[in-house]
Write a protein that binds this ligand. Structure first.
Ligand SMILES: NC(=O)c1ccc[n+]([C@@H]2O[C@H](COP(=O)([O-])OP(=O)(O)OC[C@H]3O[C@@H](n4cnc5c(N)ncnc54)[C@H](O)[C@@H]3O)[C@@H](O)[C@H]2O)c1
Ligand SMILES: [Zn+2]
Length: 406
């Protein structure tokens, strides 16, 4: 690895040339890391729905050509000037947040630029807020936001060039659908080498988000009741997290009954196929529970489901958490009386975890056998060029996470 230090690397990547088009396998050049940056070899990449959301053209700010991918396991190849927290050979998970809060964070990030640049993302005070700002800063430059320098590294340039010498945009500060990518140092969560990167990559987004929504955002207590709408990897992680938190009743809701077996294995006590009901699902759940459930989670990104989740949370104290990312332009609604009578509506990005501090801990819990994640890997592929096959699998309805080994 040392021989490539300071030099451009030529490698394979899947380039998103435009929305609603299959990714194109291309040979690209990845420039060396600049000050404060880290170049990594991507070993495994697990697809997340946010990649597909952008690829399918649902993100109005989507910039093309770009290299998607943000749920990955990587090994540091070389580091730029001033980088001290990771070194070549370290295993890292790129830290990102799904784009759910990008606009908000971008808007406030610029006014706190100095604070962000001088704060570490493990600051103890207002930690989540500051961490969000930090991520907002990264997203502002590396993702697709209204600020100048969009889709680039923090210095406003790209590390990727195609065979015609033209730049390719970065995505979410990660761009892991490439054999090599460049990350900001503050986007690298250094993890133990004991956990295979095939599993560790899952902690980069969806699984951590589901667990964190339960543990951090809602702080689900022992003996509480929970309803989870949408049983993809995120919803199943919510179930797993709720079971670990001691919830006594966990209602799993989906329109695809094939999802119920895994939900039950992970701790669901009731399963509801909402497509088969002759009444609104919220009414059904209120009747099942008399007054509703303590905590509900939307893991679908569908605004009518978000409404149903709120309206079957318990009168007086129910909390409903939006995790799903809705299609551009969609809005949520309910009768205000639902809130007047004591329900709380909230949302979460990356489950409220601070990636650099918390992802290594989640990985360690997995190594210790206290947080199994094998059940999320339903499909495996070899070679970066098989990323399109992984996308097809994800669209197929039976896939939780498709991990591509590069
Ligand atoms: N907030 C965050 O930080 C964050 C992080 C990761 C993912 N996400 C979002 O979370 C959502 C879930 O991600 P995923 O990877 O688990 O997706 P997924 O597509 O694998 O799972 C969605 C599930 O919802 C089910 N579903 C569809 N319509 C439904 C309905 N009307 N009622 C009940 N269930 C229904 C589907 O059958 C599927 O099982 C996505 O919107 C994703 O973008 C958010
Ligand atoms: Zn994601």
């Amino acid at each position: 690895m040392a021989s490539t230090e300071g030099k451009p690397i030529t490698c394979k990547a899947m380039v998103a040339r435009g929305p609603k088009q299959p990714l194109v396998a291309e040979t690209i050049t990845v420039g060396p890391p600049k000050a404060g940056e880290v170049r990594v070899k991507v070993i495994t990449n697990a697809l997340c729905h946010t990649d597909i959301y952008t690829l399918d053209g649902h993100d109005p700010e989507g910039l093309f050509p770009c290299i998607l991918g943000h749920e990955a396991g990587c090994i540091v190849e070389s580091v730029g000037e001033g980088v001290t927290s990771v070194k070549p050979g370290d295993h890292v998970i790129p830290c990102c947040e799904c784009n759910v809060h990008a606009y908000f964070m971008t808007a406030i990030a610029s006014s706190f630029l100095l604070q962000i640049l001088t704060s570490s993302c493990v600051c103890p005070r207002h930690c989540l807020f500051k961490s969000s700002l930090l991520l907002g800063f990264i997203l502002a430059f590396c993702f697709q936001t209204p600020l100048s320098g969009q889709g680039f590294m923090p210095d406003g340039t790209s590390r990727f060039t195609d065979q015609d010498g033209k730049p390719i945009f970065h995505f979410m500060g990660c761009s892991t659908m490439s054999e090599y990518t460049v990350l900001a140092e503050i986007s690298c969560a250094k993890i133990s080498k004991e956990l295979a990167l095939e599993k560790a990559c899952l902690f980069g987004c969806g699984v951590s988000t589901g667990l964190g929504a339960v543990w951090n955002t809602c702080k689900v207590e022992v003996d509480s009741s929970v309803a989870v709408f949408g049983l993809g990897a995120v919803g199943l992680a919510v179930i797993q997290g709720a079971k670990m938190a001691g919830a006594s009743r966990i209602i799993a809701v989906d329109i695809n009954p094939e999802k119920f077996a895994t939900a039950i294995e992970l701790g669901a006590t009731d399963c509801v196929d909402s497509s088969k009901l002759d009444k609104p699902v919220q009414q059904h759940i209120v009747e099942m529970t008399t007054w509703g459930v303590d905590y509900t989670f939307d893991c679908t990104g569908i605004t009518s489901v978000m409404r149903a989740a709120l309206e079957c949370s318990h009168r007086g104290w129910g909390v409903s958490c939006v995790i799903g990312v809705a299609a551009s332009g969609h809005e949520i609604s309910t009768r205000p009386f639902q809130l007047v009578t004591g329900r709380t509506w909230k949302g979460t990005a990356f489950g409220g975890f601070k990636s650099r501090r918390d992802v290594p801990k989640l990985v360690q819990r997995c190594i210790d056998g206290k947080l199994p994640v094998d059940h999320f890997i339903t499909h495996k592929f070899d070679g970066v060029e098989n990323t399109n096959a992984a996308i097809d699998a994800l669209h197929g309805g039976k896939c939780l996470r498709a991990v591509v080994k590069y």
